[in-house]
Design a protein around this ligand. Structure first.
Ligand SMILES: Nc1nc2c(ncn2[C@@H]2O[C@H](COP(=O)(O)OP(=O)(O)O)[C@@H](O)[C@H]2O)c(=O)[nH]1
Ligand SMILES: Nc1ncnc2c1ncn2[C@@H]1O[C@H](COP(=O)(O)OP(=O)(O)O)[C@@H](O)[C@H]1O
Length: 202
């Protein structure tokens, strides 16, 4: 069976990765979303097992030691990591999966799965980025400062990604990601065997 696509989506805090993924999942319910493990405390409304698997530091360490994570990284004082077996099962079943992870984690995935597709989400401007993080109302002032500093570092690694998508208008940004997925499907043989069949018949 043809394997599913492994899509990696990164971008600075507040750029709208979560919003974009939610919208994409609503538009394309067949797209599977990888739920990460984290030691960060849940935000209001976040549900364990849906937004993240919320773990203690000890539990997270145990996952690392048991080799359960495809990648993991420390971001602004907390650990985040992708459970490996779910990702492997999903792509083996021929389904596409999306990992919303930071740049350090993305670089680890690149080493292990060079065939993954890397998409970097950009804000329309840095002022708009700051506005969005503040406007979300979930972070303290110091967390906002740390996230803006991390954003500057993350932007430096953008060149390692295959695509950049500006999240200006949400629907337009969704269309851009959907176009990338469609083009990658086409590129990865899903269309080529059909065309080959036609050609054989000519
Ligand atoms: N390496 C890695 N990063 C992750 C993972 N899950 C989430 N992240 C990243 O961790 C950062 C912080 O996420 P979060 O605390 O939810 O804050 P937000 O980006 O402001 O919504 C973001 O860059 C996420 O993309 C993961 O499994 N692995
Ligand atoms: N295209 C957009 N235009 C305006 N606001 C947006 C857009 N996308 C996301 N937002 C808002 O920006 C804030 C941060 O979005 P979020 O998805 O939490 O970002 P991230 O997951 O990248 O940290 C939220 O309040 C969200 O409603």
């Amino acid at each position: 069976m043809t394997k599913g696509l492994l899509l990696v989506l990164s971008g600075p805090s507040g750029v709208g990765k979560g919003t974009l993924c939610n919208r994409l999942r609503a538009l394309s319910p067949e797209l599977v979303y990888s739920v990460s493990a984290t030691t960060r405390k849940p935000r209001e409304g976040e549900i364990d097992g849906v937004n993240y698997f919320f773990k203690t530091h000890e539990q997270f360490r145990a996952m690392i030691e048991a080799g359960e994570l495809l990648e993991w990284a420390e971001y602004v004082g907390n650990y985040y990591g992708t459970p490996k077996s779910f990702v492997q099962q999903t792509i083996d079943q021929g389904k596409d999966i999306i990992l919303e992870i930071d740049v350090q984690g993305a670089m680890q995935v690149k080493e292990r799965f060079p065939e993954a597709i890397f998409i970097f989400v950009l804000p329309p401007s840095l002022e708009e980025l700051q506005k969005r993080i503040v406007g979300r109302g979930t972070e303290s002032e110091s967390s906002i400062r740390s996230r803006m500093a991390a954003a500057a570092e993350e932007l430096k690694l953008m060149e390692h990604y295959d695509y950049a998508v500006v999240n200006d208008v949400l629907e337009t940004a969704c269309n851009r990601v959907q176009s990338i997925i469609a083009a990658e499907h086409c590129k990865r043989e899903r269309l080529f065997p059909a065309i080959q069949k036609w050609l054989n018949g000519v």
